[in-house]
Write a protein that binds this ligand. Structure first.
Ligand SMILES: Cc1cc2nc3c(=O)[nH]c(=O)nc-3n(C[C@H](O)[C@H](O)[C@H](O)COP(=O)(O)OP(=O)(O)OC[C@H]3O[C@@H](n4cnc5c(N)ncnc54)[C@H](O)[C@@H]3O)c2cc1C
Length: 404
């Protein structure tokens, strides 16, 4: 087949651009309901924000710490149960092959959360842990002089790469590896009628009749410029995450500082060789964008040495990951309260705001398709045999080169 040859014209109900958590979950959701859907990925599955995330399935508690139940907190309430059902195979998508890293995230606070805990809305979602009951290895890490209360939050932590692997494997026949520069919307008299994509060898594929859903994270900005009636605006909020690698205990915890937002959030992972890695976010990662990488690693070590004096951090290697959160623009420039969906004719742009919202986003997209008159079963699942499939992206700590 020569370069730029048109190899095929296919029909689909929905074409998804972007194979992060949003695109893959949506693909699984729509196919389970009988829609003929395909997904095009320009780099590798999870290559955007998804594999940079900490994998915490927030239940909204983090956003209720100011004392008021924000819209974000309310919207997230049902997400932990929703994900757990999928991890147990009780709901679609079936995520039984994915790994749960921890059933809970802990919260350590120097100030009293009594009023917060009394809220009826939060009952059953956060429990104070008596000092003698803090589980190991967390208790040893906190040391005997730990100050403040420890709370157990109903926030599971998932191994995000294993979630993508399960979804990608189940829907491999609907995944297309495409060249980012070779995508264009097909139009007829100003109306979008489908999408043309190109693979890395220059072969072209036209996907007609489908509603196009942009789930490309930061890539939505460039893709949005193709929308004839104009795109919804996007915002980026940068983070400088810290990775610490060495003989570290398995911890999943937020530490509150002086404000209601966690100062430090730690999740625990393993690199490809099996060495433990702490992935450190929170306010530290927000303010860290102004620091040099070595200074940011040093700051993380200093803060964590005070918070977990029982852990030897001196012998750990450290590295940083600079990454933007890509979101639908909020007037304040702050995090939107929930997913942002913007529909323009046959194209919908989606930013989930949180990985945890993936199930809700899939339902919202389906509801909009339905409102627009789309029904499953209109066309059979097209064959994409012979088209290259996207690989699964590596994790940040397996890609990082500059350890100090
Ligand atoms: C450091 C960090 C930690 C986080 N931690 C959490 C957390 O613990 N819990 C939580 O709920 N949320 C968390 N989030 C937020 C969460 O990661 C994101 O909201 C979510 O992953 C976004 O997923 P997505 O699939 O929409 O986008 P992305 O993950 O960015 O995926 C977009 C995909 O589109 C592809 N793409 C880009 N351009 C094109 C194109 N032109 N054509 C085709 N494909 C394209 C990319 O290669 C990528 O695979 C975190 C975010 C960051 C940055």
């Amino acid at each position: 087949m020569g370069a730029n040859a048109l190899i095929e014209d296919i029909r689909a109900d929905v074409v998804i651009l972007g194979g992060g958590i949003t695109g893959l979950w949506l693909l699984a959701h729509l196919r389970a309901r009988g829609y003929a859907a395909v997904l095009c990925e320009a780099r590798a599955l999870g290559a955007g924000q998804t594999l940079c995330s900490q994998g915490i399935i927030h239940g909204g508690l983090k956003y209720a710490l100011g004392g008021a139940l924000s819209e974000a907190s309310r919207a997230l309430t049902h997400m932990p149960a929703r994900w757990r059902d999928c991890l147990e195979g009780a709901r679609t998508p079936d995520l039984r092959g994915a790994r749960l890293l921890s059933a809970h995230q802990y919260l350590v606070s120097g100030w009293r959360l009594a009023g917060f805990l009394a809220s009826r809305m939060l009952q059953g979602r956060v429990n104070r842990v008596d000092s003698g009951q803090v589980p190991e290895p967390f208790a040893a890490a906190l040391g005997p002089s730990a100050r403040g209360g420890v709370y157990q939050l109903d926030e599971p932590v998932v191994d995000v790469r294993s979630v993508l692997a399960v979804l990608g494997h189940a829907h491999a026949d609907a995944l297309l590896a495409v060249d980012a520069d070779g995508t264009r919307l097909l139009q007829d008299a100003g109306d979008v009628t489908g999408l043309e994509v190109r693979d890395r060898e220059g072969r072209r594929l036209r996907i007609r009749g489908g509603h196009v859903v942009l789930c490309a994270g930061a890539g939505n900005e460039g893709l949005g410029r193709m929308i004839p009636s104009g795109a919804a605006p996007m915002q980026r909020r940068p983070l400088c995450m810290v990775m610490l690698r060495g003989a570290l205990p398995e911890l999943y915890a937020h530490w509150l500082g002086t404000s209601a937002a966690p100062r430090v959030t730690v999740t625990s992972h393993r690199d490809a060789r099996g060495t433990p890695v702490w992935y450190v976010g929170g306010e530290l990662a927000e303010s860290g964008v102004a620091r040099e990488p070595e200074a940011q690693v040093r700051r993380a070590r200093e803060e964590l040495s005070r918070l977990v004096p029982g852990v030897d951090l001196a012998s750990c290697a450290g590295a940083v990951l600079s990454v933007d959160r890509a979101e639908g623009r909020h007037a304040s420039g702050q995090r939107p309260d929930g997913p942002v969906l913007a529909r323009a004719g046959a194209v919908t742009q989606v930013w989930p705001t949180k990985l945890a919202f993936a199930p809700l986003v899939a339902e919202q997209v389906e509801a909009r398709l339905s409102l627009g008159g789309m029904r499953p079963g209109r066309c059979p699942m097209p064959s994409t045999q012979g088209w290259p499939r996207p690989a699964l992206a590596p994790l940040p700590w397996d890609e990082a080169r500059a350890w100090c």
